[in-house]
Write a protein that binds this ligand. Structure first.
Ligand code: ADP
Ligand code: ZN
Length: 433
C-alpha cells in the first residue's frame, strides 16, 4: 500500500516544480526569521529572489555539524519559541548533541513521512507495531510511534532494552512489525532460545531497521532468524529523525521523501554536486520544516542517488544503503576502512556471526587493526586447527577487500557486548596509547 500516492507517485517534473516552490518559500523565511542565515546571505550577497531553479541551490553554502553546535541550543529557530511543541536531540554518537525543535506542523509532517515509511515496509493499519527504538530525546521511539498511530497500527511503545519483556510482548500480542536498530534486532533474535520463545510462536512479517549502518549479510541473518522481511529505514535528527527515507518491497534503494527533504550528493573534498549514481556525501535541504529548517546540511553519510522509477510506483529519488559516515572511517596505515566493508566480509563466512568489534592500536608508529568476531558454538568448539583455518580465511578475505592485514580473533558466542540501540563497533586506542 502507498500511504500518500499524490505526493509519492507524482510525475518527476511536477515534483521538481513543487520542490522549487517550497525551496523558495523556505529560503525567504530563513532570510527574514533567522539572523544567522541573514548574515550568511549578506556575506555572499545572495537574495532569495536569485534562486530561480533547483540547480541554483548548488551556489549556496553548506551547513555542517560544527555550525549547528556553534548555534547550540536553539539559535537557528525559524519560528517563535512559543510555537515549538517538542524537542529532540541527536544521540551524540560524535560529540556534543544537536537540539532540534518541532512545531505542531512539523510533528504532523513527521507522522506522515513515518506512515509512508511503514507502508513502504509493507505495513497497513492492521499491523501490530512494536517500537523498540529508544523513547526520549532520541528520535527513533517517538518518531515511529506517532507514524504508527497515524497509519492506524496497534502500537506497542516498548522503547529499547529489556529483551526478555520484548520477546514476551512480541509473542503474546502477536507483533507483526518490529522497529529497532538492526543490531538490537540481532540481539533479540539471539535471545529467543534463552527466553524460551520459539520463532514459530511469533507473527513477525516485517522489520523496520535503521539508525546505524548494516550490511546485506546482517539482513539475511536477521531475516532468517526472525522470519521477517527486513527493511532499511534512514533518518537523522537534524532533518527530522527517522522517516527521511525507507525501503519498499523492491529493496532497490531507499525512497527519499524528497517533497520534504531535498537530497544532493557532493564530493566531500571539493563540495561539488555529483551526478546520479556517484557515491559521495549526502546533503539535505528542508523544504517544509517550520521550526528547524536547514539549508544544505552535510550529513557525513556516504551514499548515492538514483532517479529511475521504482517498480512499486513511487517516483521519489532513491538512495543507496549508507555504507558509513565519514566520521566512522578509520585510517589504518593510510588506508581508508569503513566498518561496513568488514561487516560484508564477515557475514559472508559460514558460521561467523554478525557481532564484531574493531580494535585499533598503535605499536611504535604502526597502526594495528584487530577484528574481534563471534563464531557459532559449533565452530568455537572445533579443534584448534579448525579455528585457525576460519581465522586465516577471514584474514585473507579482508586483505582482498581492504588491501591491508588485519588480525582476526574469533571469540565465543555472546562474548561481545550486545547493544540495545546503536552498536559500538570501533574501539580506537590510538589516542590513549
Ligand atoms: P547521531 O549523529 O548522534 O548518531 P542521530 O541519532 O540523529 O544522531 O542519527 C543519525 C545518523 O544515524 C545518520 O546521520 C546516520 O549516520 C545514521 N543512520 C541512520 N539511519 C541509518 C541507516 N539506515 N543506515 C546507516 N546509517 C544510518
Ligand atoms: Zn519502490
Amino acid at each position: 500500500m502507498i500511504w500518500d500516492p499524490y505526493y509519492e507517485c507524482m510525475e518527476l517534473e511536477q515534483r521538481r516544480e513543487l520542490q522549487l516552490r517550497r525551496l523558495r518559500e523556505m529560503v525567504a523565511r530563513l532570510a527574514v526569521n533567522v539572523p544567522w542565515y541573514q548574515a550568511r546571505f549578506a556575506q555572499i550577497d545572495f537574495h532569495p529572489e536569485d534562486l530561480k531553479s533547483l540547480e541554483d541551490l548548488a551556489s549556496l553554502p553548506f551547513v555542517s555539524k560544527v555550525e549547528l553546535r556553534d548555534n547550540y541550543p536553539l539559535e537557528l529557530l525559524a519560528c517563535p519559541a512559543s510555537e515549538v511543541v517538542r524537542i529532540h536531540s541527536s544521540s551524540g554518537t560524535t560529540g556534543r548533541p544537536i537540539i532540534a525543535g518541532y512545531t505542531a506542523e512539523d510533528i504532523n509532517t513527521w507522522a506522515e513521512t513515518i506512515a509512508r515509511t511503514i507502508c513502504c515496509g509493507g505495513g497497513t493499519r492492521h499491523d501490530i507495531l512494536q517500537v523498540a527504538y529508544g523513547y526520549g530525546l532520541f528520535t527513533g521511539g517517538l518518531g515511529l510511534h506517532y507514524g504508527g498511530e497515524r497509519l492506524g497500527c496497534m502500537v506497542i511503545p516498548m522503547s529499547a532494552g529489556n529483551t526478555a519483556r520484548q520477546l514476551m510482548m512480541m509473542r503474546d500480542l502477536g507483533t507483526t512489525i518490529l522497529a529497532c536498530t538492526p543490531s538490537y534486532a540481532l540481539t533479540l533474535a539471539d535471545a529467543l532460545e534463552e527466553e524460551g520463545v520459539s520463532v514459530e510462536e511469533l507473527k513477525l512479517r516485517s522489520g523496520l531497521f535503521g539508525a546505524e549502518p548494516w550490511s546485506e549479510g546482517s539482513r539475511q541473518a536477521v531475516e532468517s532468524m526472525l522470519r521477517l522481511s527486513a527493511h532499511d529505514i534512514y533518518g537523522l535528527t537534524e532533518i527530522i529523525g527517522p522517516g527521511v527515507a525507507g525501503e519498499c518491497e523492491a529493496k532497490n534503494g531507499l525512497h527519499v521523501f524528497d517533497d520534504h527533504f531535498y537530497p544532493e550528493i557532493i564530493d566531500p573534498d571539493t563540495g561539488q554536486v555529483l551526478p546520479e549514481g556517484q557515491r559521495g556525501e549526502l546533503v539535505f535541504t528542508s523544504l517544509t520544516k517550520r521550526a528547524f529548517p536547514l539549508l544544505r546540511f552535510r550529513t557525513r553519510d556516504i551514499s548515492a542517488l538514483h532517479y529511475e522509477p521504482c517498480s512499486c510506483g513511487r517516483t521519489h529519488a532513491r538512495m543507496d544503503r549508507i555504507t558509513g559516515r565519514t566520521d566512522d572511517m578509520l585510517i589504518i596505515r593510510g588506508v581508508n576502512v569503513f566498518p561496513s566493508q568488514i561487516e560484508e566480509v564477515l557475514t559472508a563466512v559460514e558460521g561467523v556471526m554478525p557481532h564484531y568489534q574493531l580494535v585499533v592500536t598503535r605499536e611504535g608508529r604502526m597502526d594495528q587493526l584487530e577484528v574481534r568476531v563471534e563464531v557459532s558454538a559449533d565452530i568455537f568448539s572445533d579443534t584448534v586447527r579448525g579455528l585457525e583455518q576460519v581465522q586465516a580465511q577471514i584474514e585473507e578475505e579482508l586483505h582482498k577487500v581492504l588491501g591491508l592485514h588485519a588480525k582476526v580473533s574469533l571469540v565465543e558466542p555472546k562474548s561481545i557486548e550486545r547493544s540495545i540501540g546503536k552498536a559500538k563497533r570501533i574501539i580506537d586506542q590510538r589516542e590513549a596509547g
